[in-house]
Ligand binder design. Structure first.
Ligand SMILES: Cc1cc2nc3c(=O)[nH]c(=O)nc-3n(C[C@H](O)[C@H](O)[C@H](O)COP(=O)(O)O)c2cc1C
Length: 204
């Protein structure tokens, strides 16, 4: 099945600070659920995206290495936060700080993945944009293996794990992040069709 791919425009979408864009996928990244904010920002209806691979909103400025790291982490059973530049149906881009979380069934096996996105701060975008464009350049010239080596060296030079590096950018103790965390919990407790069990809701 072919999916619509817009041409990227060099124009940003302004997101509302209250926007939490949620999507849920199966283990292969096929979209199972999107919330209203996801639809109004991305410009797609649920019908257009449910069943589609999540790269339907992939922006060409995003380095492959970052998604590789994300998939490795969640498939390994860990959550991860990433700053993502996404592509809306109109061709506009929008930056979001995204928590990728795993959802296990009662047998403890990974059943699906869920992404919670909020607008990325200007500081976060500034901090990550240079790194992403370097990774992208390396990927274009030498492939993803080389950009992964660069990313590893970048973090080692700063004596940081990826997680610590992100904490420095996203600042989990900031007011905005604490607010987001409350909104995320509220979302999980509401009747939202994400298919989350009450057991999982408690755990989040
Ligand atoms: C729960 C979940 C949410 C995702 N959300 C996004 C997203 O917002 N933007 C994006 O580009 N990729 C997202 N992905 C990753 C895509 O599945 C894909 O790996 C990525 O777009 C790279 O595409 P490519 O492999 O075709 O280069 C998500 C994956 C999962 C599991």
């Amino acid at each position: 099945m072919k999916f619509y791919r817009p041409l990227p425009l060099d124009e940003a979408l302004n997101l509302n600070l209250k926007d939490i864009l949620v999507s849920k996928t199966d283990k292969n990244g096929k979209i199972l659920y999107v919330n209203d904010s996801f639809c109004s920002v991305s410009g797609y209806t649920p019908n257009e995206v449910i069943g589609a691979p999540h790269n339907i909103i992939r922006h060409p400025d995003m380095p492959r290495a970052i998604f590789y790291l994300m998939w490795q982490t969640i498939q390994g059973g860990q959550n991860i936060t990433i700053i993502v530049k996404n592509l809306a149906k109109t061709g506009h881009y929008y930056w979001v700080t995204t928590d990728f979380e795993i959802h296990k069934n009662s047998g403890g096996e990974i059943e699906s993945f869920i992404a919670f996105r909020r607008p990325a701060s200007k500081k976060a975008i500034q901090a990550i944009e240079v790194l992403y464009s370097t990774l992208l350049k390396i990927e274009k010239q030498h492939g993803m293996e080389s950009s992964l080596v660069y990313l590893k060296g970048y973090l080692e030079e700063r004596h940081l794990t990826y997680h610590e590096f992100m904490e420095g950018i996203v600042k989990p103790k900031s007011l905005m992040e604490r607010l987001f965390s409350v909104m995320k919990k509220r979302f999980l407790h509401s009747d939202n069709n994400t298919g989350y069990s009450s057991e999982h809701r408690e755990a989040v």
